[in-house]
Design a binder for this molecule. Structure first.
Ligand code: TRP
Length: 360
């Protein structure tokens, strides 16, 4: 069986970083027909681990993230788009897995470590946040996922999940499926910087281009993008390295885009060579980037409009999918209970052995 599980935290609208880091790939995988089951999870319970005091934010964004997924082409008749908290089996698995992970191992998880730093948690870190790598292992294993397509930042989570699977299987016998991570195909997609050239797109830095941005917002954001600060006159040679506009082109522009939208050049390398030589201005390159992004975002906006007109249907999709997901996770819970020897009431041998043991 080939099974995909992946998901997003509903803490805000999804942006181009999410698109190249994971959304684009998940739709390609969906359309490849290579997978028996595809689960896309809206990770509201995980989002609460560091937003416990702001449940309204999560509540609003559940639908926003559902719309983002549908608008990039997720097909609810192929993929199961569900809500994490509606599948309480995940909580049960997480609780059992906590026995298999040490506090020091969690502290060493690089993602947890940096996020603790970013959020200024230090020792006031909520336990739920601290153990979210374990909860994520529950998400993945509950669905017998073989492939987890995610951004590079999720690498340490997958590593931790694989350790838990290994530990569980060696302690209780082969039960859980070992998942593989699937990273974005190119370097630029792995780590798309913000429009200001900062390492990451982040809502708090205000450097994101959202999937739901309209053409005016998109244009304004690209036009103000960080380029090469030393490229003052058009004739000057320009730098590609660290030039955000080119990083975006690496992530988004295909050779087909170049031939169709800027036929003076054969491919992206030819554009880069001209820029490096001198004589190609930032504005022209930015206009091309806008055209490329419009090419990608226009159908996304159209699908979003379609689903925004059908909100009751979107809610029904989430509710039905959550039942499907829960039924799948329930099967895993039963296997886990059996392996852990806590399946007393569904195991006839528990009954028979007990009766025999106490026989007079
Ligand atoms: N941690 C992921 C994120 O921040 C969301 C997520 C939760 C996830 N559980 C998952 C991703 C399981 C992949 C697999 O975006």
């Amino acid at each position: 069986m080939n099974i995909i599980l992946t998901g997003d935290r509903p803490t805000g609208r999804l942006h181009l970083g999410h698109y190249v880091g994971s959304l684009r790939r998940r739709v390609e995988l969906q359309n490849s027909g290579d997978f028996d089951e595809i689960y896309i999870m809206i990770a509201d319970a995980q989002a609460l681990t560091d937003n416990a005091d702001n449940p309204e934010k999560i509540r609003e964004n559940v639908l926003e993230v559902a719309l983002d997924n549908l608008s990039v082409g997720l097909d609810p008749t192929i993929s199961t788009l569900f809500v994490q908290s509606a599948v309480y089996q995940l909580t049960e698995l997480c609780f059992y897995y906590t026995n298999l992970v040490s506090v020091s191992r969690l502290r060493r998880n690089p993602t947890v470590k940096t996020e603790i730093g970013l959020r200024g948690f230090e020792s006031s870190i909520p336990v739920g946040f601290f153990i979210y790598p374990i909860s994520q292992a529950a998400d993945i294993t509950a669905f017998d996922a073989t492939v987890v397509p995610v951004g590079q930042d999720q690498g340490p989570m997958l590593e931790q999940c694989r350790e838990i699977v290994h530990k569980f299987n060696s302690t209780y016998g082969e039960t859980l499926v070992m998942p593989d991570i699937l990273l974005p195909e190119n370097e630029a997609s792995m780590r798309l910087p913000g429009t200001d050239g900062q390492a990451k797109m982040s809502k708090s830095l205000g450097n994101c281009i959202y999937l739901s941005d309209d053409p005016q917002e998109l244009k304004a954001k690209v036009m103000s993008m960080f380029t090469d600060p030393d490229h003052l006159r058009v004739e000057d040679p320009g730098k590609i390295e660290g030039n955000t506009v080119f990083t975006y082109l690496d992530a988004f522009a295909t050779t087909e885009h170049v031939r169709r939208l800027w036929p003076e050049y054969a491919d992206l390398d030819a554009i880069k060579a001209h820029y490096q030589r001198g004589g190609l201005g930032d504005v022209k390159v930015k206009r091309f980037l806008i055209d490329v992004l419009e090419d990608i975002l226009t159908p996304i906006r159209q699908r979003r409009a379609y689903w925004e007109d059908r909100i009751p249907e979107v809610i029904a999709i989430l509710e039905d999918a959550s039942l499907v997901a829960a039924a799948k996770a329930q099967k895993t819970v039963e296997r886990v209970r059996q392996a852990m020897r806590i399946d007393y009431f569904s195991d006839q041998s528990f009954y028979e052995e007990a009766v025999e043991r106490y026989e007079k």
